[in-house]
Design a protein around this ligand. Structure first.
Ligand code: NDP
Ligand code: MG
Length: 476
């Protein structure tokens, strides 16, 4: 394994290194010089992951597909400063890599950040492994938060690990929340803060989550019915992996992001709104109790939130390669999403709300980046008398709806990309599975993995029959 020098402050592991997020993370490394890449994980792209290891000096490599891991081990004669690469295989291999990287960071007196850029609920075990090791989790893999929200939060609280959002909207919200609190008595969430879960100082009235609307924003019903994978993959503003690009076309991506925002920031669903900004210039906004709205603007470029998360809290990186906004080059417009046409968004919000009712009753903690902000109007209630002392968070308890939503969507999107399912049937498959399984009680991680697997079986059936290569889920 790589040795470290005295100047190293943060060790980094990139999961999903060969994907869109992972490749852009490797690209921004020179902009965060205090970060040293020590580990890489991918599913089966041996050639690229070995190339990345050789180029960056990372000494630990995991491949989820065992055959690919064997191939990498056979070729692993190149590594940092002549050291042999250490190669890990399968799901346990990813967790072992994280564990070994944490040991290595501890020995070097460095901190460890794990960037989770795996696609799908397959990233849940890695999210949990990173948090259990006490690593800072830079989270792009929104599906692990959607499927495992209460359990991810419990794991972060148990170890005191920090979660920094990488999804562009959530990075924007994170920064707006921190900035909005900074004036009123010192923003504990500003860069350089040591607190794990600072509370925004001002009342948060509303999170305004923005989205482009995807390639079919203005499509007719006929065009939607005929939509092809090629059209769905032609995103107007962002360049991303295929699954999230299709999710952006159905607006499921925005639905997953609403759930992600709820768990990250502890804001109730009633105070999270979605609005479209087709130019993808406004990356999200926070409306505070005094009516002020703070927004995060910039060119649509994932290198910005990735580098921000890797630099946090020490530095805000300089990124000369990112296009600067020209405010005179075009319009900045907003629109409401057509929630009845893009049913995935509606289904996701309903699934999130259904789970939240049970989680609130059970006293589950929410808000892994920030403590749940006081609701609008709480200031007057607070004036009436001292608040009751906070109860310790209860053991997670929820229902399966968000897990089922996510798993069924993964299967349906895969079938659509293979030309086996019409675009408009993605929502239909998800809705059927939610009706069948959405109310199942979930009281443990084993329940999460079981519901995920069951939903995939149902979704295969609903999508028109079994295939050997359906996307593997959380329990792989
Ligand atoms: P890609 O499809 O481009 O890449 C997926 C990556 O995950 C690949 O490196 C793939 O390896 C790897 N992978 C898949 N399964 C496993 C596994 N079981 N174990 C280890 N590695 C695995 O996806 P994206 O980069 O687009 O998206 C990644 C995540 O980030 C998603 O959750 C997405 O929602 C989120 N996100 C992405 C954004 C973007 O701009 N792309 C923006 C915001 C969020 P291999 O190449 O070997 O198959
Ligand atoms: Mg996003």
């Amino acid at each position: 394994m790589a040795t470290t020098d005295d100047t190293t402050q943060t060790h980094l592991v990139i999961l999903g290194a060969t994907g869109s997020i992972g490749r852009q993370a490797v690209e921004v490394l020179p902009c965060v010089p205090h970060v040293r890449l020590v580990g890489l994980a991918a599913h089966s792209n041996t050639a690229l992951v070995l190339e990345q290891a050789a180029a960056t000096g990372a000494g630990l490599v995991a491949l989820h597909e065992p055959g690919a891991a064997d191939e990498a081990a056979a070729r692993a004669d190149v590594g940092l400063a002549g050291d042999a690469l250490r190669v890990y295989a399968g799901d346990p291999g990813v967790a072992e890599l994280i564990h070994d990287a944490a040991e290595g960071a501890r020995a070097a007196g460095a901190s460890l950040t794990v960037l989770n850029g795996i696609v799908g609920a397959a990233g849940l075990r890695a999210t949990l492994a990173a948090l259990e090791c006490g690593a800072t989790l830079a989270l792009a893999n929104k599906e692990s938060m959607v499927a495992g929200g209460p359990f991810v939060i419990a794991a972060a609280r148990a170890s005191g690990a920090r979660v920094i959002p990488v999804d562009s909207e959530h990075s924007a919200l994170f920064q707006c929340l921190a900035a909005g609190g900074a004036g009123a008595g010192g923003g504990a969430a500003s860069a350089g803060a040591t607190a794990q879960r600072p509370a925004p100082r001002a009342d948060v009235e509303e999170l305004l989550l923005t989205g482009s609307g995807g390639p079919f924003r203005t499509a007719t019903d006929d065009e939607l019915a005929q939509a092809t994978p090629e059209q769905a993959l032609a995103h107007p503003t962002w360049s991303m992996g295929p699954k999230i690009t299709v999710d952006s076309a159905t607006l499921m991506n925005k639905g997953l992001e609403v759930i992600e925002a709820h768990y990250l920031f502890g804001v109730p669903y009633e105070r999270i709104s979605v609005l479209l900004n087709p130019q993808s210039v406004v990356h999200s906004m926070v409306r505070f109790g005094d009516g002020a709205v703070l927004a995060h603007l910039g060119a649509p470029d994932m290198r910005v939130p990735i580098a921000y998360a890797l630099g946090y809290p020490q530095v805000r990186p300089t990124l000369p390669m990112v296009r600067r906004l020209d405010f005179f080059a075009g319009d900045l417009t907003f629109a409401k999403p057509a929630i009845e046409r893009f049913r995935c968004l509606k289904l996701a919000i309903e699934a999130g709300k259904k789970a939240a009712i049970v989680e609130t009753e059970a006293g589950c903690a929410s808000g892994v980046c920030f403590e749940a902000p006081a609701s609008a109007g709480s200031a007057s209630r607070a004036a009436a008398g001292p608040a009751a002392p906070p109860r310790p968070p209860a053991a997670p308890r929820t229902v399966a709806a968000p897990i089922v939503l996510n798993a069924a969507n993964e299967v349906a999107v895969h079938a659509f990309l293979e030309g086996r399912l019409a675009f408009m049937r993605i929502a239909e498959v998800v809705e059927k599975c939610l009706t069948w399984l959405g109310d199942e009680p979930v009281e443990s991680l084993d329940d999460v993995f079981a519901c995920d697997a069951e939903a995939r079986r149902f979704a295969v059936e609903a999508a028109g029959g079994p295939r050997a290569d359906i996307p593997t889920g959380a329990d792989t």
